[in-house]
Design a protein around this ligand. Structure first.
Ligand code: 4GX
Length: 272
């Protein structure tokens, strides 16, 4: 899969995407990450890429021509490339979008600075607008890195052969269970005995129950959407009937709890 990043700050991408897992993926030829400096496509003597907004107001707007030329330059190599603009006004990025994007062969990621890009860039060149979350960055570059990271690890061969992305708990809309490694005892806090038992079915059951508890406590919204197996539904009822309230206290949570019970019953015996 190929990523072309259109930015005024290509230097930002030199290290973060070339370390560790993504660095190996590049070496193996599984992904290709190229930066395109938008300034190189400004034709005037001073290579101006921004200008004051029509109608007045604060700050600067990125000019349409240098962006248009850089996109057209990439498109001339591959007309089928999918063009994304990172902006807080876009659809909020999540695992499902990452999965959809991972089936594309080539993405352009346009990184805006200042007050954003001239509206005609969106109108004429952008296929999809994506936000990485409800906060304001100084530019789209970090958003592009987040997207590349999340998409790349879904590609076959990027994660080690012993670990597939389908095993991610987010795939099943549940948070991860707690993990431990040595030492057994750290300052009086020890590892749950079941993990040392060698009883694989008991360990698996404990982990699924802990994942459910944690999801109920921290992200009950995810549970409402989850496709739970019959066994998981049973475990969930056990948790809900125990004295441990899993941190669910306020009225909002009560509503979500009702919804979880309803959706998980409505889905019937197969959990679908
Ligand atoms: N998820 N930013 C875009 C420029 C800008 C300003 C105003 C449109 C309107 C962001 C995010 C993000 C900062 C990238 C502002 N564009 N990108 N940039 N949140 O905050 O992706």
């Amino acid at each position: 899969m190929r990523f072309d990043i259109l930015t005024l700050f290509p230097g930002m991408f030199s290290s973060p995407l070339r370390e560790s897992i993504l660095g190996k993926a590049i070496e193996k030829g599984l992904i290709q990450i190229q930066t395109v400096n938008i300034r190189d496509f400004a034709l005037d003597k001073h290579q101006v890429v921004d200008d004051t907004p029509y109608g007045g107001g604060q700050g600067m707007v990125m000019k349409v021509e240098p962006i248009a030329r850089s996109i057209e330059w990439v498109k001339s190599q591959d007309p089928s490339v999918w063009t994304i603009y990172l902006t807080p006004q876009g659809k909020q990025f999540n695992q499902e979008i990452a999965l959809t994007l991972s089936s594309k062969s080539h993405l352009i990621l346009l990184c805006g600075r200042y007050e954003g890009v001239d509206e005609r860039v969106r109108e004429l060149f952008i296929d999809e607008e994506i936000s990485i979350g409800d906060y304001v960055l100084t530019g789209g570059e970090l958003g592009a890195m987040v997207l590349i990271d999340a998409v790349s690890r879904l590609l076959p061969g990027v994660l080690g052969s012993d670990r597939s992305a389908e095993e991610d708990s987010f795939f099943n809309s549940l948070l991860e269970y707690p993990q431990y490694t040595r030492p057994f005892d750290f300052r009086g806090s020890s590892v749950p005995e079941v993990l040392l038992s060698g009883n694989h079915s008991a360990i698996s059951l404990w982990r699924r129950k802990e994942a459910l508890k944690r999801t109920l406590a921290r992200r009950p919204d995810l549970l409402a959407k989850a496709n739970l197996s019959n066994e998981e539904k049973k475990l969930l009822e056990e948790i809900l009937h125990s004295n441990d309230d899993c941190g669910l206290r306020n009225a909002d949570d009560e509503q979500i709890l009702k919804k979880i019970r309803r959706t998980q019953t409505d889905k019937g015996e197969d959990g679908v």
